[in-house]
Design a protein around this ligand. Structure first.
Ligand code: ADP
Length: 842
């Protein structure tokens, strides 16, 4: 009987069972034991020879020596010696052990083969074993799949990599595109083991990678832009060959910190800022800088910086820079700017060239119109000539203004001005035109607006005049009204000027364009009303420059409303509200120092001041003024500005550098320069105030009074009221005052000097306009005569000379001014020859 506690299964189980049965049979049939059994898996007997019980013998069955797997147990045959039976059973157990051992070893070997086969079949690689005779000994399923054309794969290709020490490795290409890495290993018995690994995907990926890298490299290496890879401090790890071409520098010489060193020192900070910005954002950052050329000089480049992801985690940040040569572009832009400048210059020159003869035409037309002996028809023709000439001049002026604004060549003045006076002065210029058309001109000013503002009243006047001029031009009947009020823009206080008319209006589709240059509502409008179409373009540019806004509303047939705004800035200087009558001025005697190189001015100023009770010292130069001031105390200095050697501005600077209290003495400029920018320059130089020459008695007395009654010093220009143009050649009242002030003798002497200067001027003027430049002596003479003729009472000549002085300075209206000055000069020269009494007579 056989018992298996652990049943072996499969083939080995069957054979083991048969072996056990054979051992049992041997024990029963050969040894004659009445019963026997094998218990596999039972513990080995403690004492193999010892009886387990009466009549039973037990022996261990082992698989290998000392490795018991069970016991053989049998009962004693009747009458048999126990030891002999034990011996027999031992021999049977040993036989069974040997047989079981053999069976187990075979089973293990078979299992190994089975495992190997499973592994081979599961492998991703194909494996083939070819024995020395060339027969395939082993081949897994994948080999069967792949090696349908085994020969092509087994023949090593040329160029296959072969390692002398290790297996041969070669790459085989299957006709269907698969790529295998084949490793061959030759065993000592001549058997070759070959493994095939499908590397198609790997090779494809490698190839794709190589191709894309090649493409990028091709791009980087062949674009005309420099491609550089830098870190956050600008050190380059890659620079494309374009650098060599653009900078004539070998690429290697730009790697590392050399890249930053090649950047112009003045641009490095901008580049560093750009790097930081690019690193902080995903957006590319542009920057322009200069790079050194090996041959010398700098190349302007524009770089686009973009952050690149670092190679590995924790790697340093990288920046890709695409750098482009922009020197041509910069040169083109400079050329464009130069061309624009040239255009403006051309326009300015041409306008000037056109204006000069035009001024002559206008000047002589005026003289012709004022002259005697024209009949009505001729007068009408001259009038037309004058109007056409004026229109032409206006157009040329517009072109000049527009080109100056376009070139950014217009700067603004900042001076205090009287708002209501500014409005009146500006509207006075269109009063006649409005009256001729029967239009009502009305104004309205918000009473809460300050009286004195600060700004460029001349430019503001130009804007307002343009709008009011248009309103009058495009209105056939009704009214033109101007209102000035307060408004606010972006939280800023502004002045709003609105010009309304009851004119032809502007069609809605044209309204959007009227502020563009050369925009006219339509051809018929320009034919009927004239104009260049530049006026509103100038207005909108000027208003933008001033810091305001401009707009329009209009309805065809009903009228238009144009408005513009400018910053409301109240004048900080406090000026006397009005001119007190001379009698009302304080009579406290003041010590006044009068400085002027022209005797007549000195004497006149001195006489006027003395007559009012002031104490006056007259000196003729800046240097003398300084020495007088150091010698004795004064209350106020009246200082001429244009003087030889040391002019008034320099003298004032030196006074300000003297020890206190002399340095704080009020210094009032006496000058015929009344342009706002000139006055501003004087104030900047330290002059406290300004008295325009020629001055009247009230003016000089008021000025002295103002600076002598200083409580808190109030600084500011006196209101610039224009002396109304007097048609009279000689203002007899002024002349008579002078006569009483300085007496006939001094006056006669002065008239003599004056007549000499007039003769000098008479010699200069006729040829003046032909000379390329006005000689300095002429400008100086005109300047002097502006004041002296005014002081003597020749107001019309003084005004004509002032206009001439301005025309010579600006080049505008020169011919008109020259013609007018010549005419006035002739009149005055005729008069000066008269005896004093005749002149003074009413
Ligand atoms: P222009 O020199 O032709 O007057 P502007 O630039 O001053 O040039 O004006 C442009 C155009 O706008 C004018 O030609 C006219 O058609 C229109 N325009 C301007 N102001 C008025 C207005 N107050 N009423 C009607 N049309 C106007």
């Amino acid at each position: 009987m056989t018992e298996f506690e652990k049943q072996p299964s499969g083939a080995w189980g069957e054979e083991a069972r048969a072996a056990v049965e054979r051992a049992v049979r041997l024990a029963t049939e050969v040894l004659g034991c009445p019963s026997a059994r094998v218990i596999l898996g039972a513990p080995a007997p403690q004492d193999p020879a010892g009886p387990t019980d009466e009549g039973t013998c037990t022996v261990a069955v082992a698989l290998s020596s000392g490795d018991p797997v069970g016991v053989l147990e049998a009962s004693l045959p009747a009458g048999r010696d126990r030891a002999a039976t034990q011996q027999g059973l031992d021999a049977i157990a040993q036989g069974l052990s040997a047989e079981l051992h053999g069976l187990a070893s075979r089973e293990i070997a078979a299992q190994r083969v089975r495992d190997l086969e499973t592994a081979l079949e599961a492998m991703d690689q194909a494996i083939v074993m070819v024995d020395a005779s060339g027969a395939i000994a082993v081949m897994n399923a994948r080999a069967g799949q792949w090696l349908d054309q085994p020969l092509s794969l087994q023949v090593p290709e040329e160029g296959a990599v072969e390692d002398a020490l290790g297996p041969r490795v070669l790459e085989a290409h299957h006709p269907d595109g698969q790529v295998f890495e084949v490793r061959s290993h030759v065993l000592p018995d001549g058997t070759t083991v070959q493994t095939y690994l499908d590397v198609t995907a790997r090779r494809q990926a490698e190839q794709a990678m190589a191709e894309s890298e090649a493409r990028y490299r091709l791009l980087a290496e062949n674009t005309s832009d420099i491609v550089a890879l830098t870190n956050e401090t600008g050190e380059a790890s890659y620079v494309s060959p374009a650098a060599a071409a653009l900078l004539a520098t070998p690429v290697e010489a730009l790697l590392g910190p050399a890249f930053v060193e090649a950047v112009h020192a003045g641009d490095r900070q901008a580049l560093a800022n750009a790097r930081n910005r690019a690193l902080a954002s995903a957006e590319p950052v542009r920057v322009e800088y200069r790079m050194r050329r090996a041959a010398g000089g700098w190349l302007w480049v524009e770089a686009q910086l973009r952050r690149a992801e670092p190679d590995q985690e924790g790697g340093r940040p990288l920046l890709v820079q695409a750098i482009r040569d922009v020197s041509d572009r910069r040169a083109a832009m400079a050329a464009m700017r130069a061309a624009a400048d040239a255009k403006s210059e051309f326009l300015a020159t041409m306008s000037h060239e056109i204006r000069s003869p035009l001024n002559a035409i206008l000047g002589f037309t005026q003289l012709l119109a004022e002259g005697e002996g024209l009949d009505a028809l001729q007068r009408d023709r001259v009038k037309r000539l004058e109007i056409a000439g004026e229109n032409l001049l206006a157009i040329v002026n517009d072109i000049l203004d527009f080109s100056a604004l376009d070139a950014g060549a217009v700067s603004l003045d900042r001076m205090p001005f009287d708002l209501r006076h500014w409005l009146e002065r500006t509207l006075a210029l269109v009063e006649r035109a409005a009256a001729e058309k029967g239009l009502t001109l009305c104004t309205e000013v918000d009473p809460t607006l300050p009286g004195r503002l600060e700004g460029d009243d001349r430019r503001l006047g130009q804007v307002l005049l343009n709008l009011v001029g248009n309103a009058v031009k495009f209105t056939r009947r009704g009214e033109v009204s101007v209102s000035v009020s307060r408004t606010a823009e972006n939280g800023r206080d502004m002045v709003l000027c609105t010009v309304r008319d009851t004119g032809i209006g502007i069609p809605a589709d044209k309204l959007g364009h009227v502020f563009q240059r050369f925009a006219q509502a339509d051809g018929s409008v320009s034919r009927e009303f004239g104009g260049s179409g530049l006026g509103l373009a100038i207005v909108s540019r000027l208003v933008a420059l001033i810091g305001g806004t401009v707009g329009v509303e209009s309805r065809v047939g009903e009228g238009s409303r144009f408005w513009f705004s400018f910053p409301l800035e109240e004048a900080t200087s406090v000026a006397p509200p009005g001119r007190p009558p001379v009698e009302a001025l304080p009579t406290t005697a003041q010590r006044v120092l009068v400085v002027d190189d022209i005797e007549m001015n000195r004497v006149l100023a001195g006489a006027m001041l003395r007559a009012a009770g002031h104490e006056v010292v007259e000196v003729e130069s800046g240097a003398e003024a300084l020495s007088q001031l150091l010698r004795r105390p004064f209350d106020v200095v009246l200082m001429d500005v244009q003087m030889p050697v040391m002019d008034g501005v320099e003298a004032t600077r030196r006074i300000r550098a003297l020890p206190p209290p002399i340095n704080v003495i009020p210094v009032v400029a006496m000058t015929a320069a009344v342009l706002t920018e000139q006055v501003a320059a004087l104030k900047a130089a330290g002059l406290d105030d300004h008295l325009a020459k020629p001055f009247r008695r009230e003016e000089i007395l008021q000025m002295v009074a103002r600076w002598s009654q200083r409580g808190p010093v109030t600084v500011g220009a006196p209101p610039q009221e224009e002396v109304p143009a007097s048609p009279a050649t000689l203002e007899r009242e002024v002349f008579r005052q002078l006569l009483t002030l300085i007496g006939p003798q001094t006056l006669q002497r002065m008239l003599g000097q004056f007549a000499e200067r007039l003769a000098q001027l008479g010699g200069w003027l006729p040829g003046a306009s032909e000379a390329p430049d006005y000689p300095e002596e002429l400008t100086a003479l005109v300047h002097q005569l502006v004041s002296s003729s005014g002081m003597l009472g020749f107001a019309a000549l003084s005004q004509a000379l002032r206009r001439l002085e301005e025309a010579m300075r600006t080049g505008e209206h020169e011919h008109t001014a020259l013609a007018e000055a010549e005419a006035r000069l002739a009149e005055v020269r005729g008069l000066v020859a008269e005896p004093l009494e005749v002149l003074a007579a009413a």
